[in-house]
Write a protein that binds this ligand. Sequence first.
Ligand code: FAD
Ligand code: FES
Ligand code: FES
Length: 1344
Amino acid sequence: MPGEDLVFGVNGEKFEVLSVDPSTTLLEFLRSNTRFKCLKLSCGEGGCGACIVILSRYDPVSDQVEEYSINSCLTLLCSINGCSITTSDGLGNTEKGFHPIHKRFAGFHASQCGFCTPGMCISLYSALSNAHKQHSSPPDYLTASAAEKSISGNLCRCTGYRPIADACKSFASDVDIEDLGFNSFWKKGESREDMFKKLPPYNPDKDLVTFPNFLKERIKRQHNNVLDPRRYHWSTPLSVAELQEILAKTKPGGDDKKLVVGNTGTGYYKEEKKHYGGGYIDISHIPDMSMIKKDDSGIEIGAAVTISKAIDALMEEEDTYVFKKIGIHMEKVANHFIRNSGSIGGNLVMAQSKSFPSDITTLLLAADASVHLINGGRHEKLRIGEFLVSPPIIDLTKSVLLKVHIPSWTCSSTTGLLFETYRAASRPLGSALPYLNAAFLAVVSHDESSSRGIVVDKCRLAFGSFGGSHSIRAREVEDFLTGKVLSHSVLYEAVRLLKGIIVPSVDTSYSEYKKSLAIGFLFDFLYPLIESGGWDSERKHVDGHVDPAISPPLLSSSQQVFESKEFHPVGEAIIKYGAEMQASGEAVYVDDMPSLPDCLHGAFVYSTKPLARIKNIGFGGNVAPTGVLAVITYKDIPQLGQNIGYISIFGTGRLFADEVTTVAGQIIALVVADTQKHADMAAKLAVVEYDTRNAETAVLSVEDAVERSSLFEVPPEYDPEPVGDISKGMDEADRRIRSVELRLGSQYFFYMETQTALALPDEDKSIVVYSATQSPEYTQSAVAKCLGIQDHSVRVITRRLGGAFGGKAIKSMPVATACALAAQKLQRPVRIYLNRKTDMIMAGGRHPLKITYSVGFRSDGKLTALELYILVDAGIDVDVSLMLPMNIINALKKYDWGALSFDIKVCKTNLPSRTSLRAPGEVQGSYIAESIIEKVASSLNMDVDVVRRINLHSYESLKKFYTQEVAGEPDEYTLPLLWDKLEISSDFKRREESVKEFNLCNVWRKRGISRVPIVYEVVHRATPGRVSILSDGSVVVEVAGIEMGQGLWTKVQQMVAYGLGLIKCDGSQDLLHRVRLIQTDTLSMVQSSYTAGSTTSENCCEAVRLCCSILVERLKPTMNQILENARSVTWDMLIQQANTQSVDLSARTFYKPKSSSTEYLNYGVGASEVEVDLVTGRTEIIRSDIIYDSGKSLNPAVDLGQIEGAFVQGIGFFMSEEYTTDENGLVNQEGTWDYKIPTIDTIPKQFNVQILNSGHHKNRILSSKASGEPPLLVAASVHCATRSAVREARKQYLSWNSNSGESDIGFELPVPAIMPVVKQLCGLDSVEKYLECKTCSKRSKESI
Ligand SMILES: Cc1cc2nc3c(=O)[nH]c(=O)nc-3n(C[C@H](O)[C@H](O)[C@H](O)COP(=O)(O)OP(=O)(O)OC[C@H]3O[C@@H](n4cnc5c(N)ncnc54)[C@H](O)[C@@H]3O)c2cc1C
Ligand code: FES
Ligand code: FES
């Protein structure tokens, strides 16, 4: 059949692509070949939502348009032939006006760095458009629950999700508008009607996109979407026979061609992203494979049907309970945009041929589904169990999966049909592979011989994703249960049998946990039948079955902030600078800068071994892969240059490994190629030959480092001072706990924009580097040193960052430096945008610590002495690690320890060099303090909240621990006030009681509640700024601080409007929107230093305030002159006149804080309540309350965002984010599959934040205080509450084992407290123990 050209629409614009490599993804094409950059690349594996777009498909027969969101990072360009794509800037933009979604995201303060925001907007848009299609007329649009769920697959690292959820819910028809959070549309107390009126209006008729006519006409003319297979290497068979014909021509082995539907499998199997010489076969257009048929025997689903469509069909049926359950479970497979393009067949084939841990195979196994295949030309029907164990479908010449059949299940009037599915995953709404899944089907009836007994007539018990090669049935258990009357002892025997069946492969992590999950789920399925003697009649489904589809409660929140007009517009909750533009995706990040035609791209080759001699770097077969132009190593550093990759206040670090590597993950080379894809592929193919003979033994632990004296020396000014006399303190103690050991692990930044730079060689050996860095000045020096040129020849430009969190302070520099080196050597522009895996391997992250402490205290809980020995794992380079001792101790000093002494060693190891991650050292210090307090309370059997309160500082002890200068005035010490306020606002005492009651009444769920204080010291730094007034009265501002989502530009914009407004002429009160912030340029804004430590916003504000004062002074004479002849003067008139009089309208200052006011303390208190599920170990955060002292906030909306975002990032550290290394020191986690930052379904269900306005602070900048880092520490409250819940679980566990004589002598809850860890502490065998206990007590009752 003759094929057509590839034609599609993007935002209504026609694109015609005459030839393309068929492995090109939609994202690659749009970002490299068009001006549409609003779809962002963040993970490249379908796990984050930054890249999603709307895909619309027109059906000429029904004249209907189908519309859904898809990820563009995995979707192949050829598969969208004839479709229309809408990106966030297609919904609205600066030119045609923003969409109401953009406006509401901005108004609800739901965008910080903005990198996730276009994807979030698309997810919401997709939900709106679906709701519109399902309901014909207003107001039946989106429900609040669907609005909230719509972003469950999107990651945001900045906001903490709460404001995003509010922006989404503002579109819901059933939302109570008063429940929506703080926003810029209305003020508290306005009527509901007024609130509605103030929301940017949404009108589906106008605000939903339409399918472009040019495509409709083309599709009507063509009737099919068949591309010319020779030109595109893309076949589109339209029938099974045609597919067979194509397959018959495929070479034996079949791996030069790829069968494809959604191509989402390449998110997991990245090696399949390669170029297939024989091209692709798109099977999604074969009617037999895309149909869904239902009849009495069951439902038949074509293999190419997407998971979303299958769910719709399964859920549609009113009377098929099993189907509905399968549908409900499938809603947790991946995320909505993967389900929209990923097919059922793709999932099954991945599970069958590559042991992918599928949910769907487990469900189908329990439901006794079968599959229909073409195998070696023959049609074959196999039960799903047979299919899973048959030879892998890798040889395309042999097997293609055509469809799946799920039988209908019914039962007689005297029997009950039960079907339940289970999934233990770190995210309840999906977007995380399960540790284990299960699906159980049982037909049960009443035992005729007893009044309450239930007999299992038949059962199918399926388990998957546990580390076996595929989903399995527990047949021995099925056989054992069949015909049995259920009882505690029968269930006990069944779970013991099951233990021997769930056998994860040897390399599976958490295998004992997985076994315990299997047991827990079976228990959960059968135990209610034993207890109730029936199958739940109250929650009966239409044909008599349990329906668990109870919607989870919505998130709720409250925010209390104080807005002040005193320094208008400073102190007001102004919308973030450029927020709408961020939502539409027009805000430009480094990788969005248009490429010059001859631009090259780089990717790093990193070492996988420490201390290994590099013998050779090559590629397999010694042929340079496609597109590679150069491989740059240390040998390419110019003669006058040095092998320097970064500069920090403590020293320098290497760019490339030289002859011997120092750590696994060290940069060995930069592969430079014509495209980023080619560079990445080549770097992956690079083969490094090592020689490890006679290699030194690597230092891979802090203990080794101490033993071998591999330590960094801490300069005296960074060495914290002990407090008091430790021996005396210990003597004063009634009790002492000695030599307790704690360990804290690392954390990865997970900024959405990975490290990136673009270097352009310029004349006279100079170079311009666009770098996503927090430290432009240091980057400039590092580049200059590496290239052997002077600083003045390096211009580093930074506009904004897609998140940083400290990760772009130092670790951005090697990227910029390598980029500059390659550009200089090749005399062509070079850009690098690290893929997520490389970024994770090289990032280093937070410092792991080993802590040993001894603490002395009195019987009433008063602490008298604390002695610490801390080993900090700094990794190989000094980076900023010498700050750690000071930071740890500063945060730990939040309690009055009586006396405090410590020995902190900063260890140099052959592990990735650790760096600053939001609250570096402080979060650990604060947590160590909490952990010690918990231990003290537990040893005294006292309420830990009381012990905390007793040991909060008095103002006197605060001065002793922090010095008078840092502690400030007595009324600035607001911590006790915050503590008391939170007790009332969070109803803490009453909730403590209800937690106790809950724990008494519930066996398998335990709750904990905890309140923690924080004290956080920050330091002001010298900072330059420049304010220039242009001839039309508009104002342009340059500051050294980098906008990375923390709202720095917004605060500066407000400060400039305030500062210039002091001239007090007509219009000077309204200058806010005439102020523009521009990028930082190191040759313009010298001494720009770095943005870190939470105070840069304040410093920059002060710098521009000083500039404004100068300008106002300069303008005053002109104003007075004008006023001599006029009654008033407008701003424009004033500036025009000043220009005529040659007044210098540009002022630069260098703000240098007074030594007396450089450091100050920040305070906050948080309380969290959690519930732990003892079967799975999952922790749900029921509620968190925070009160934080922001002084007089410069912008309460920005500070609120910082508080919430930091707190949620802290939840990640304490609860879910594992960042570990293997035996060589190479980072284990590679991306979104195994690194789990919080999502909307893991944040507190109720989240209340109050910003305390603590009034006038004479030494602060307009009385403001910092908010960027300190609130992260408050998240320890979640961990402490979890510990408390676990303690209850352990008490109960011991009570089931009363004969053992054991007692709970205290335990440490590791960080992060991930599900396996929590479950282990609650008792991996808790179900067995419980059943043993039940069986024993029944026996003893019987014997009585
Ligand atoms: C981020 C993410 C999260 C996920 N989470 C989950 C999860 O929680 N639970 C879960 O069960 N799954 C999960 N998945 C897997 C997901 O369900 C599959 O990626 C998807 O169903 C594959 O369908 P596809 O059409 O995209 O397959 P493709 O990627 O197009 O194909 C996958 C493989 O199957 C082959 N193939 C496809 N169709 C056929 C056929 N009919 N006959 C023979 N071979 C065929 C292809 O050649 C290819 O090798 C996740 C995937 C992603 C990307
Ligand atoms: S970049 Fe596509 S989902 Fe993350
Ligand atoms: S605003 Fe969501 S990642 Fe930054």
